[in-house]
Design a protein around this ligand. Structure first.
Ligand code: DHB
Ligand code: FE
Length: 294
């Protein structure tokens, strides 16, 4: 039994706000929504059996905590707790998100010393980019509960305002997070989540764009060829997956944290514990993967 922290698994999921609304309003069994939520039933069972001590949740803020005033490329939430953002209809009725200040501070120290200039966040609210993935994986929560079932370290990535980071940089950040976690002196079981995507475009003449074939080929490569996939230029995402499809680069951070991308990697490709794809949820193609380290 190792005395250091380790990354046991990574989770990938889209984050459509209407999914949170459907859960909050008790409409998950509506004909429109039930096929989507059925795809997350195995995930919730898996989560019951594979509960981590901490989740590093890679997500993007949608101009709620941040604005055009300040746009960090990569930012880590070091606070003990994060309130729920009001995105225009009042904050979602879900518990506050508790962080893990000690591990977050350690990751910040280690990752910055590995030459990634993370922004430190000591106070912020979190929007649907973070709460919808939590809802999908943990199910409905009592709004009066003190918190979610696990502590969460938010890792915010700018994919909203150009210039956004490259896929290659995202994969490398995941590798740096892995080194950071493995040098933390406590036997914590950690998951890294990559969220957002898949194909969608919310604006302009191509609004409503969804590309099922491209999405599924992208997931195949995420599993089997993450290094090659990380070289995909932004223009390919925008052309093939729509302007908001660029959220997918965040999945490469979680993928970079898996064992087969470690420095002395002799680990096999991770095990696919679950894979799901559903079209559409609101304007978005929903993709979901759970990868376990061997
Ligand atoms: C939708 C998708 C998003 O990624 C988002 O941030 C907001 C809305 C949608 O499909 O409605
Ligand atoms: Fe989004």
């Amino acid at each position: 039994m190792s005395t250091h922290a380790r990354i046991a698994a990574s989770v990938y999921t889209s984050h459509v706000p209407a999914i949170g609304v459907a859960m909050d309003q008790g409409r998950t069994q509506d004909p429109y929504w039930s096929p989507l939520f059925a795809g997350y039933e195995p995930s919730r069972r898996w989560m019951d059996a594979n509960r981590p001590d901490v989740v590093v949740l890679v997500y993007n803020d949608h101009a709620n905590a941040f604005s055009l005033d300040m746009i960090p490329t990569f930012a880590i939430g070091c606070a003990e707790a994060f309130g729920i953002a009001d995105e225009g209809w009042g904050p979602r009725a879900v518990p506050p998100v508790h962080g893990h200040g000690e591990l977050a501070a350690h990751i910040a120290q280690s990752v910055i010393q590995q030459d990634f200039d993370l922004t430190l966040i000591n106070r912020m609210t979190v929007d649907h980019g973070l709460t919808v993935p939590l809802s999908l994986m943990f199910g409905e929560q009592d709004a009066g509960a003190p918190g979610w079932p696990v502590p969460v370290i938010p890792l915010a990535v700018n994919v909203v305002q150009y210039p956004v980071p490259s896929g290659r940089r995202c994969l490398q950040l995941g590798q740096a997070i892995r080194r950071a976690v493995e040098s933390f002196d406590a036997p914590l079981k950690v998951q890294v989540w990559g969220t957002g995507g898949m194909s969608h475009q919310l604006q302009g003449p191509r609004a409503g764009l969804i590309n099922r074939e491209w999405d599924n080929a992208w997931m195949d490569r995420l599993i089997a060829d993450p290094r090659g996939l990380s070289e995909m230029p932004h223009i390919d995402y925008v052309r093939e997956a729509g302007s908001e499809g660029i959220e997918l680069v965040m999945w490469l951070i979680a993928r970079g944290a898996m064992a087969d991308l470690a420095d002395a990697a002799d680990a096999p490709t991770p095990r696919v514990a679950h894979r799901f794809y559903h079209v559409p949820a609101s304007n978005t193609a929903v993709g979901h993967l759970i990868l376990e380290n061997p």
